[in-house]
Design a binder for this molecule. Structure first.
Ligand code: ZN
Length: 248
């Protein structure tokens, strides 16, 4: 029998959060020395886990929240959004994202799927966090410190370095499979696309494009023209490689 010290708090972490504690040899049961006036948010983030990754916290078997001040001797269970059996992952209607500068391919691919993605407007962490909070955008980044800012209410720490795997992570995390609207949005400026007749844009098309394609869309803002050419085939191949089928 292990008797905890009076100045300790014991954490039991879901394996879905072990990604964040690769530096610790002990993963499942972690003991932290208690200091007064620290919230669970502070303690969880001292382990390297951003508060945005925590779906549910139980203190001494009772559901609690991260803003509660910890008490010596507490036994704390921390669950991830990926723990379906313990936490319902909420499906968000019309999700909007803000993606940090290091994840450009992820941003483009989410736009290709039709999602509203703010990308490239801000370079400073404070601006990314503020935009996320003010516009209700989910902040996607690999920067844990950025997600630990209290102002960020909704965000996800992207695990993989592979852009296709990153898309799959985000799709799974936010249950986006029923929200795809391929080519509904301009990948350059994020504005919605509209269908245009071939005749109305003939002077802007190359001869081979005129010969082989009949359906076109135009960005409502920057006027970029889109058609189901090589770009479309590339994204179809990308999605079939991760088990998704995108119908032309
Ligand atoms: Zn555009």
């Amino acid at each position: 029998m292990i008797i905890m010290g009076h100045d300790e708090i014991k954490f039991k972490l879901s394996p879905n959060l072990w990604f964040f504690i690769s530096h610790l040899s002990q993963k499942e049961n972690i003991r932290l020395v208690f200091r007064r006036d620290q919230t669970y948010k502070h303690l969880v983030e001292s382990l390297g886990i951003p508060h945005t990754e925590v779906a549910l916290i139980k203190v001494n078997s009772t559901p609690s929240n991260l803003s509660v001040i910890s008490s010596p001797g507490d036994e704390v269970e921390i669950y991830s959004h990926f723990d379906q059996e313990d936490c319902e992952r909420q499906h968000i209607t019309n999700p909007k994202f803000i993606v940090d500068l290091h994840l450009g391919k992820l941003a483009i691919q989410l736009r290709l799927l039709g999602f509203d993605v703010n990308y490239g407007l801000y370079t400073e962490d404070a601006d990314l966090a503020r935009c996320s909070a003010e516009e209700g955008r989910i902040l996607l980044t690999r920067d844990r410190r950025l997600l630990m800012r209290s102002i960020v209410k909704s965000g996800y720490c992207v695990r993989s370095l592979n852009p296709w795997d990153q898309v799959l992570e985000v799709v799974n995390r936010y249950r986006l499979r029923t929200d795809f609207d391929p080519f509904g949005r301009c990948i350059k400026c994020n504005s919605p696309l509209r269908t245009v007749s071939k005749e109305s844009i003939l002077d802007r098309l190359e001869p081979l494009t005129i010969q082989y394609f009949n359906e076109f869309q135009e960005c409502t803002s920057c006027k970029q023209i889109y058609w189901k050419g090589s770009h479309f085939r590339a994204i179809c191949e990308g999605f079939s490689s991760m088990g998704e089928v995108l119908k032309p």
